[in-house]
Design a protein around this ligand. Structure first.
Ligand SMILES: [Zn+2]
Length: 815
């Protein structure tokens, strides 16, 4: 797929909405005939006030189009739009087209499971991909009921937004849905393994690829239980029943996001069906994802934002409600601590970039612009602001307003103003200054302790001036015991006498901001850190330290001392946003010298002192693998000689192989053999990562051919190739690719679009080349007016990160 379509402008959406209302969609899909394409016949009934408009359509080819029985020339199709001339009254549009199966996680994604060769399909209409499945008026505020008829291979099951029946082999009829926006219409089809249950009159389902059947079965009880618990809590809080019939959760392959809230048929990335041992962090993440998507059934699906500038009404609410409900009613009562590790910095860093935007009213002019705002601000900051608003209003007023809003705009669309007028009706005080400071103004405050002056100093970013009040707790250590005090910060200076006690500001995330620890605190933490037992406080300490390094307010040498004092393996899941990857990607290069060896030694110490079978032990081993430089030790682990309490599994095997590859201590043939030995989707992705990590010219060319699109691979493999490409110690090999990156990046719009375009641009960025030259090249490319918007956003964030890391180097030169 290439970006041969235009993104819908907000003004165009407003005009079309004023002209049309859609009565229904009837869609016939033939998934059984071809492997590259599928047949799609859409009948749209709509009413027009009369005038020119267009239908969105991104086909391989169009067979025939009729409007009210009269032929429309398909040759008029131009960059995803087919113009229509409508008269006043009711119309019937029939579009018979051939559509592409895609491999980039959008439209109808088709993938082949390497474990058994079986094919799987799922739909992802978000955010403007629906027209590559069926012809439609693709904007969130033209809702209509859908009826699907699907022909599929006989051994497939078909699921969608409404319950499906299977009257004869290969034929599936789906019931008519309530009114839906185009962006959450989906279909899941393939030889999926299916589990069913029921709760409170709601039929429940879980599905995953057949090769994951045993792993899904193992966790089905946990998943069904939390789904039931969350339904009960959402029903209690909203008093509005889930209205979309069945609630199916489909774990699907090569999914770009964590999950998508399609009414009645949520799709989740199938890495959330665990095939190897995972830590609690991974389970909490899955639980909050499940709850987040359930929250969307109310926030997003019953009432949908009129336009993408209000996407915070979807994401900030789903994030806040998902965390809250998970913590309150499921076994994962530490969900807020997990989010402090996993999400806080994602939001804070985004909020400090030049690309920051307000939580509400991001001003998205079109869908592509809005996609850039699915970031840490719309999720983590938005959730934090809603948590504050809830604390301010109290549950009664907060939910009375929300319920009024959901009732008033049921199966329709609404705006931020609508919600705020519902809150006013519910008795909320004047929210003007709260809204201005927290929702309408970008950027975080910094609150820092001026110890000699016994003052907390609050500053807002000069480019985003604000006057925000904070109500937060401050933790103060007294002979190893931490006590908290509530502090109200209502001006630039707030008296606070810390004496000579170490102090952490806002460890419990009552507010939102940058709260760097002062020098005395940093010094004391080197002794205090090992004995902190409170998980929330510990996460708060690391957030404070991370914020400080991000703003060059702490010496990386001090951060390394803290890392050694207590390697943050409590942060148990290794994803790009968490603390351990930050240690490896940011602290180690900035601290320089033997930093990596010190991380490795600290990991080995944690490994020795952790109880056998504990999660800390597993996390310590993973860190030891990622930081290891001794091939022999890694080979021993690969051979299965592991600390007591840890069993060898596929995940661990590939972690070791990837590290060995980066060290040049294995070769392509060995990696190919490991893939052939257990050819799962996990293996295929990790094999790509490992191949790209090898210190050979052939390996770098292997990765690069994927970036340029010369070799076409699915989304996960593409990203893995990029992340494997740049390895410390391979600078001589990768040096030529720094220039090639900036030469080749703009051209990638010809081979991919949407989510993967930006993701690949980011994954292949020359991360290891931390110098002025890379920054200059990044800035030069950013100055080009024709650079794609989503690539521009990623590059601009990369430039900011580079500037900040160079600023730390300049502030704390290494001797
Ligand atoms: Zn969401």
């Amino acid at each position: 797929m290439t970006s041969q379509s235009r993104s819908l402008q907000r003004t165009e959406a407003q005009e079309r909405r004023a002209l049309l209302s859609v009565t229904s969609y009837d869609i016939r899909l033939d998934l059984a005939s071809e492997e590259e394409t599928f047949g799609s016949v859409t009948t749209v009934r709509f009413t027009s006030h009369g005038g020119p408009t267009f239908v969105d359509l991104k086909p391989v080819r169009v067979k025939a189009v009729t409007l009210d029985g009269r032929r429309v020339d398909p040759a008029l199709l131009d960059r995803g739009r087919l113009p229509l001339d409508t008269e006043d009254g009711e119309h019937e549009l029939v579009v018979d087209a051939v559509m592409p199966f895609r491999n980039d996680g959008e439209g109808l994604h088709r993938s082949v499971d390497p474990a058994d060769g079986r094919h799987y399909v799922y739909g992802m209409s978000f955010m403007d991909a629906a027209p590559s499945i069926f012809a439609c008026f693709d904007q969130p505020d033209l809702k209509a009921p859908y009826t699907f008829h699907v022909r599929a291979p006989h051994d497939w099951v078909v699921l969608g937004n409404a319950p499906a029946t299977n009257p004869e082999p290969g034929v599936w009829e789906l019931a008519t849905t309530p009114p839906l926006s185009t962006y959450f219409v989906t279909l899941v089809a393939g030889p999926y393994h299916l589990l069913r249950d029921e709760h409170d009159g709601i039929p429940l389902g879980l599905s995953a690829r057949a090769s994951l059947a045993a792993d899904l079965d193992k966790d089905a009880d946990e998943l069904f239980t939390m789904t039931r618990q969350c339904f009960d809590e959402f029903h209690r809080l909203f008093g509005i029943r889930y209205p979309f019939g069945d609630y199916h959760q489909a774990f699907v392959p090569e999914f770009n996001a964590g999950a998508m809230e399609n009414p009645g048929c949520v799709t989740l990335r199938d890495q959330l069906v665990f095939t190897s041992r995972v830590t609690r962090g991974a389970r909490v993440l899955r639980a909050t994802t499940v709850a987040h998507e359930m929250a969307h059934q109310w926030f997003g699906n019953i009432v949908t934002p009129q336009w993408w500038d209000d996407l915070w009404l979807n994401e900030s609410f789903a994030e806040y409600m998902g965390n809250r409900v998970t913590a309150d009613v499921t076994q994962y009562d530490d969900a807020w601590v997990h989010q402090a590790w996993a999400r806080r910095q994602w939001g804070l860093v985004a909020d400090q970039r030049p690309s920051t935007h307000p939580v509400a009213g991001n001003g998205a002019v079109d869908a592509v612009a809005a996609l850039q705002d699915f970031d840490g601000i719309s999720y983590a900051k938005g959730s934090s602001v809603l948590k504050q608003l809830n604390a301010r209003l109290g549950d009664r007023v907060f939910f009375d307003g929300v319920i009024d809003h959901l009732d008033r705009h049921r199966f329709d669309n609404a705006t931020m103003q609508d919600l705020f007028s519902s809150w006013e009706k519910a008795g909320a005080p004047d929210l003007g200054s709260f809204t201005t400071g927290w929702l309408r103004t970008a950027g975080p405050d910094t609150v820092a302790l001026d110890r000699p002056a016994a003052t907390l100093r609050r500053t807002s970013p000069p480019e985003h001036p604000a006057d925000r009040a904070h109500v937060l707790r401050v933790a103060r250590a007294d002979k190893g015991t931490w006590r908290t005090t509530e502090v109200r910060i209502e001006g630039p200076e707030t008296p606070f006498d810390a004496g000579d006690h170490p102090v952490i500001i806002d460890p419990y995330e009552d507010s939102w901001g940058v709260f760097p620890p002062d020098r005395l605190t940093v010094g004391a933490l080197k002794t205090l850190l090992p004995s902190i037992a409170d998980g929330a406080l510990l996460a708060g300490v690391w957030n404070a330290v991370r914020s400080a390094l991000h703003t060059a307010a702490i010496d990386p040498a001090d951060v390394m001392d803290l890392v050694e004092a207590r390697l943050p393996v409590e942060d148990t899941e290794l994803t790009a946003r968490h603390t351990l990857p930050w240690v490896l990607s940011t602290v180690v290069p900035l601290a320089g010298g033997d930093a990596l060896a010190r991380v490795h030694a600290a990991a080995l110490r944690r490994l020795e002192t952790s109880p056998a079978g504990s999660e800390i032990q597993l996390a310590a081993l993973r860190t030891a693998v990622a930081s290891g430089s001794d091939p022999q030790r890694l080979e021993t682990w690969l051979a299965g000689s592991l600390p007591e309490g840890i069993e060898p599994d596929l995940d661990l095997r590939w972690r070791v192989l990837v590290r060995l590859a980066a060290l040049g201590a294995t070769d392509a043939a060995t990696l190919d053999a490991a893939l052939a030995d257990e050819p799962t989707t996990v293996s295929r992705v990790e094999h790509t990562r490992a191949r790209a990590s090898l210190p050979t010219a052939e390996a770098k060319e292997y990765a690069w051919s994927r970036f340029t699109g010369e070799v076409d691979v699915p989304n996960y493999e593409l990203e893995a190739a990029g992340l494997g490409m740049w390895r410390a110690g391979q600078e001589q090999l990768t040096a030529p690719y720094v220039a090639r990156y900036f030469d080749d990046l703009p051209g990638t719009v010809a081979v991919r679009a949407g989510w993967v375009l930006a993701q690949a641009g980011d994954a292949f960025f020359p991360e290891g080349a931390l110098d002025e030259d890379t920054l200059a090249r990044t800035e030069a490319l950013l100055s080009r007016a024709d650079l794609d918007l989503s690539l521009r956003r990623r590059l601009s964030d990369r430039a900011d990160q580079l500037r900040r890391m160079l600023a730390v180097r300049a502030a704390y030169p290494r001797s």
